[in-house]
Design a protein around this ligand. Structure first.
Ligand code: SF4
Length: 292
């Protein structure tokens, strides 16, 4: 009998629950012209479900159609947030905004601006192409000051730091706290002053701590979540430091040979993975190992 152990913290975070509720309420209101700017969350099943309910997805404000005379439209801003100029473009096209930016994402947005206004070089730890980082960059783009985005301590050389530099840090909400702490410590050895804000969200802390503990107690870990989901990918990286780890988007990707000679299987899931997907993976593992 294979034991399946679920991480003590896994699956939907409050920011994802909030944006899904907002999307559902907008669609249930039966208003016309409801659009979502970008992928709502990084989970393909949930995006398909919301699309099936009637949400229209656009990648850029230029795709918003002209509203018929006398009619209104709404654009839902996803949990990752957007830059202020994108909101201005939405309003300029005559649409209202329903702002689903996670309240925890507004923290690095505001600190980024404060760091640059206070005269520090802004260093953001994150992935530049990620929508959360693109949104944050929009909060400082009208300010004078040096801004860099790096993924972690391995990229410090690209900053060309000077001994006289005063550096201000923020992190993408879903990056590992150990990596952030190392980056800050390494930079502090090379510059005059460092100011650092803890902008990693509690849900990320909890899920990363839980998978670290779980991965040390099982023979393999299965992490469920979208391949574009940063926080899911971090969970995979952490688990792989300790044991064999597989990343699946849903139960159809599970392979029976993964579970040969295995006694204990750990399961975790990214912050945008619905409970039903976690249950389906658990049940499919039981079927594959012949426990049902
Ligand atoms: S992972 Fe954290 S920052 Fe991102 S949506 Fe969830 S609660 Fe908000």
């Amino acid at each position: 009998m294979v034991e399946i152990i679920r991480a003590t913290s896994a699956g939907f975070c409050f920011g994802v629950e909030r944006i899904l509720r907002m999307a559902e309420e907008l669609l249930e209101s039966k208003k016309n012209h409801i659009y979502c700017l970008g992928e709502l969350i990084h989970n393909p099943q949930e995006v398909r479900r919301i699309k099936a309910m009637g949400m229209k997805f656009i990648q850029s404000t230029s795709e918003l159609p002209k509203l018929p005379d006398g009619e209104s439209g709404i654009v839902l801003i996803r949990a990752h947030g957007v830059s202020p100029h994108v909101k201005q473009e939405v309003k300029a096209r005559g649409y209202e905004i329903s702002d689903g930016t996670c309240p925890l994402v507004t923290i690095p947005q505001n600190f980024a601006r404060k760091i640059v206004e206070d005269g520090y070089r802004l260093v953001i730890m994150g992935h530049e192409e990620h929508p959360e980082i693109q949104g944050i960059l929009g909060f400082v783009r009208d300010l004078q000051g040096q801004v860099d985005v790096i993924a972690g301590p391995d990229e410090i050389e690209t900053l060309n730091l000077k001994a006289s530099d005063r550096v201000g840090f923020i992190s993408q909400t879903t990056h590992p706290h150990e990596t952030y702490a190392k980056l800050i410590g390494d930079v502090l050895e090379q510059v005059l002053e460092v100011r650092a804000y803890n902008t990693i969200c509690q849900a990320t802390f909890d899920r990363q701590d839980a998978i670290r503990e779980l991965a040390q107690a099982v023979d393999l870990v299965v992490v469920i979540g979208g391949r574009q989901s940063s926080n899911t990918n971090r969970l995979v990286e952490i688990a792989a430091e300790y044991t064999r780890c597989y990343h699946v988007e849903d139960s159809s990707e599970l392979k029976s040979d993964w579970f040969e000679s295995v006694n204990r299987v750990g399961i975790s899931a990214g912050a945008s993975t619905p409970e039903c997907a976690i249950q389906q993976v658990s049940e499919k593992i039981r079927t594959l190992v012949g426990d049902q």
